[in-house]
Write a protein that binds this ligand. Structure first.
Ligand code: DC
Length: 226
């Protein structure tokens, strides 16, 4: 008996490029599973802070990542995220947690600890996975790989509007600084740095709307799935 290969679509790119929104739209349209890999790094960082572990203590954080008790529960408004049975859906989205996640993500043992957990999300009828190394390291045989970018200013503007809508007071200059630093950290680390896979399709979304990007990616996905 031959088992059917699960189609995987990867969306990688820098922070704030809109990967999460597009991944969600695509997964909904195709009725695929979804993996927000950044949330696993965010959860690891949050758990490390909770446990008072120094963010450079590679072995302890890798151990934490390997044994992390997390649950993703689908709801009408997206995924609800539980860490050790506590709802951290909002908490993991904070800017400082993103920055901490970027730090722990640079530790090779932590990346290794999360590898199999990420791969286990791949299941029929298919998976949409977003992150930094989905197409290069985690799912190198993905059916379709998208590398999504947007200018630094546009990404900061999108993040600003998102946070503002949630009632969070932010300063756009601070967001630009934050994104720049995270881009640098994520692209310059030795292990699985942020970069397009050789067979990725590059998509600059700076002047595109969410609907336009969703349509474009959905079109590409349908071509490959046909
Ligand atoms: O996508 P995000 O902003 O939620 O990710 C938070 C951080 O986690 C990001 O700055 C880098 C890291 N990350 C990673 O190294 N590899 C991934 N596949 C996803 C996220």
């Amino acid at each position: 008996m031959t088992s059917k290969v699960t189609p995987v679509i990867t969306i990688d790119g820098p922070s704030g490029a809109g990967k999460g929104t597009i991944a969600q739209n695509l997964a909904t349209a195709l009725e695929f599973h979804i993996l927000d890999s950044g949330s696993l790094y965010r959860l690891t960082a949050l758990a490390a802070r909770d446990d008072g572990i120094d963010l450079s203590d590679e072995s302890r954080i890798a151990d934490l990542a390997l044994n992390l008790h997390v649950e993703f529960i689908p709801t009408d408004t997206g995924l609800q995220v539980l860490l050790r049975d506590e709802d951290v859906t909002e908490a993991i989205r904070k800017e400082e947690v993103g920055m901490d996640a970027s730090k722990v993500a640079a530790l090779p043992k932590v990346r290794k600890a999360l590898l199999e957990r990420q791969r286990s999300f791949s299941d029929q009828p298919g998976l949409v996975a977003d992150g930094r190394d989905m197409g290069t390291a985690v799912f190198p045989h993905a059916l379709l790989k998208i590398f999504m970018t947007a200018s630094l200013e546009e990404r900061a503007e999108r993040r600003y509007k998102q946070l503002k809508a949630k009632g969070v007071n932010v300063n756009i200059a601070a967001l630009v600084k934050d994104l720049k630093l995270r881009d640098k950290q994520d692209a310059n680390r030795a292990e699985s740095p942020l970069k397009p896979a050789e067979d990725a399709i590059l998509l600059d979304t700076t002047t595109m709307t969410i609907e336009e990007v969703t349509q474009k990616v959905l079109e590409l996905a349908k071509q490959r799935l046909a």
